[in-house]
Design a protein around this ligand. Structure first.
Ligand code: HEC
Ligand code: HEC
Length: 305
């Protein structure tokens, strides 16, 4: 037998052994994993086929002699055979040109088809269907729907009971915690959000005579700014807080968010822009649709009532 064949068999065997050593001996390995078994079978088939195709052509180069008519030209003694263009090759050539023209004019480049665009269209269509189907849901059912959204999307950080898992995220059972209020007053707050472009300036703690007075204000905000607390309201005005957050903390468009409780606008603003604060960073949630946002807002609002 020709030496080439012997080398081919040795090489193929070596590749198969190496393949086995790299996957077959790992834990779990080949024994009970069908996917691994299939992958290894495919790798073995590839090795065998490649080796024998290579051998076939190397052999052909060794034994083949050329025949046919030579063209008249000769370059330094090198001639050219008058071969016909192979039919299959010619057909593929023409088909490729036709496909190329189709691709350029009706396929991607001119028509700007994209998978992302298609995905967005599908999502929009689904959202429209979703909105139509659940449009009538309000009240308790909306809150229940919001709880499902919350458990699917928000629980990982905020915890099953929305308590913030020991300070990992905001405790949503109350509008705001003392640390967050104090942090905002001392350091300001600016998430570069589109809803409140100006942000809140740092250093407003200097508007208060003492640490105790500051704490008094913080407690007032944490308590949800109760209407009968006139001293709190006084301090709120003293700190110029009312200039941006409104006299009762109900918020003002573009100037400051509502801080006396939750509503759909507060929560959706956080979802739209994400949030960075005293506790940490919350990512944006662009994948929720309008009804889901309304529902999860209703759920969060219901927690602090
Ligand atoms: C110049 C306007 C302005 C003033 C004055 C102002 N705030 Fe704010 N405040 C904002 C804005 C804007 C935000 C939201 C910032 C953001 O999310 O990017 C904010 C956020 C807050 C928050 C939420 C922080 C958080 O982490 O969620 C609290 C609480 C707050 N302000 C309390 C106060 C108090 C108390 C005062 C008075 C001492 C005050 N603010 C004065 C504009 C203001
Ligand atoms: C990757 C963790 C993470 C996920 C997921 C997450 N949050 Fe948050 N969230 C945070 C953190 C951290 C804060 C506190 C930010 C701060 O003020 O320091 C926060 C704060 C909030 C606040 C308080 C905003 C304020 O003004 O004080 C709301 C409301 C909120 N999240 C709602 C949600 C909702 C609704 C979801 C699910 C759709 C969600 N979060 C998912 C981490 C997360």
């Amino acid at each position: 037998m020709n030496k080439l064949y012997i080398w081919a068999v040795v090489f193929a065997a070596l590749m198969i052994v190496l393949t086995y050593l790299s996957v077959g001996t790992t834990e779990g390995g080949l024994n009970d994993d069908v996917v691994n078994q299939l992958a290894v079978a495919g790798a073995v088939a590839l090795v065998v086929i490649s080796v024998f195709v290579v051998v076939k052509y190397v052999r052909q180069m060794q034994v083949d002699t050329a025949d046919g008519d030579l063209a008249e030209e000769s370059w330094d003694g090198i001639g050219e055979y008058l071969n016909e263009v192979p039919k299959g090759w010619a057909i593929l050539y023409i088909l490729t040109m036709i496909w190329g023209m189709w691709y350029f004019t009706m396929g991607y480049p001119v028509n700007a088809y994209s998978q992302i665009g298609e995905y967005n269209e599908d999502v929009a269509a689904h959202d429209a269907k979703f909105a139509a189907e659940y449009k009538g849901i309000t009240g308790n059912r909306l809150v229940e729907m919001g709880e499902s959204v919350f458990l699917a999307e928000c629980k990982v950080c905020h915890g099953i009971s929305a308590d913030g898992i020991d300070g990992k995220a905001a405790n949503l059972n109350q509008r705001i915690e003392a640390v967050a209020v104090k942090h905002a007053i001392m350091n300001g707050a600016n998430n570069f959000t589109t809803d409140f472009p100006g942000g809140m300036p740092p250093g407003l703690n200097y508007m208060f005579a003492s640490e105790a007075e500051l704490d008094e204000l913080v407690n007032y905000v944490v308590a949800g700014m109760p209407a009968d607390d006139t001293r709190g309201a006084e301090l709120f005005a003293q700190g110029t807080c009312n200039g941006c957050h409104g006299d009762t903390g109900e918020g003002m468009p573009y100037a400051g968010p509502k801080i006396n409780g939750y509503d759909i606008a507060t929560v959706s603003s956080v979802l739209k822009d994400g949030k960075k604060g005293a506790i940490g960073t919350m990512p944006k949630f662009e994948r929720l649709n309008a009804k889901q946002i309304e529902a999860v807002s209703a759920y969060i609002t219901s927690l602090s009532k």
